[in-house]
Design a protein around this ligand. Sequence first.
Ligand code: NAD
Ligand code: DAU
Length: 364
Amino acid sequence: MSTFRPRRVLVTGGAGFIGSAFVRRALARFDGLDRLVVLDALTYAGHEVNLAEVADDARFRFVRGDICDHPLVARLFAEDDYDTVFHLAAESHVDRSIDAADAFVRTNVAGTFTLLDVARRAWGPDAAASRRFVHVSTDEVYGALGPEGEFTEDSPLCPTSPYAASKAASDLFVGSFYKTHGLPAVITNTCNNYGPRQLPEKLLPLMIVHAAEGRPLPVYGEGKQVREWIHADDHADGLCLAAERGVPGERYNFGSGDESSNLELVTRVADLVDAALGRPEGTARAQITFVEDRKAHDFRYAVDCSKAKEQLGFLASRALADELPRTVAWYLANEDWRRAVATDEHARFQRAHYAGRGGQGGRP
Ligand code: NAD
Ligand code: DAU
């Protein structure tokens, strides 16, 4: 198996949850890395505090900017001659895409196109030996499963939410640039991530913070939907492998096998928070509030990642049973971080979203 070695790297969306986990991992892992540039617009979801640990690394540079800004992206490619792009920048929250999808089309579709267009012009048609474009996508592009089965890389794209549709559209653009222009691109499709520094709009951090603060834990519908949970550090390892060993034109699923229904997971979180705060058992469980379901809520996602295992050597090594207590502890211990990422825009969306569905999610 030949190994590609990234040296001059562009990471889009590096100030977000997975992007910042990836940046820490890439700086530690890639031998011979000269520079790593993060391009991030710092939307409501991006925060430089997530990159504080690497800010003094001489190989690291942060650029605040928009992936839709063609002249800016072209200038960065000209300045740094990237050999590897890890594209994580996206609007990532399904509920927001149901409320208004404009930003999803702009960033996830047009922004991805901008990066592809600049990369193929900068790299030319014969870049397979010397360049990689890793497009970070999601299992949601495949649509929903029933209680059995798993998505493979050959499952048809059948997205439900506007978020998933925008990611599927970006996957198709990436595939078209590989086929048409020979752009050496690899697509990764990963299940639900968890871990430190995830914005408390996503299920796990939202429930941890609400449980700790004595607020309602808003479970959509009856909480029967099932998600597969991978630690963001395992996902970050997978993305490194996708660049090092991935074959251009191929798609790789990353998963963990750790499935849980939403209600099961929220109950576990509630108990962990009670235990951590020394409260009587059942305190946080009593905060569980069933609220109006998400529109067109996908029942289950699960991925077969045997291709990534066999071809890349990928294996998620962090189990939810071990990492969930650590994740809960991280959010409880990092109130400063919680304050640093709480924006007015985020608070406004949360208030409107949960008030509108009969919950009192309120302030983040
Ligand atoms: P996030 O919302 O935490 O971070 C997204 C980042 O992108 C933020 O830093 C934001 O400022 C930046 N960004 C948004 N629009 C931008 C623009 N126009 N220009 C430049 N930067 C912009 O998201 P995340 O959960 O870390 O997800 C990262 C990637 O992984 C996304 O592509 C997402 O679709 C994918 N993904 C996420 C999960 C998950 O469970 N969170 C699972 C599979 C795949
Ligand atoms: O599967 C990968 C995807 O996982 C990523 O592509 C997305 O970027 C990421 O946001 C995530 O999407 P989900 O919709 O699965 O994640 P979310 O945390 O929003 O919700 C997880 C489950 O919990 C889902 O079934 C909806 C439910 N939920 C969510 C929230 C925010 C609730 O019951 N209550 C809530 O308040």
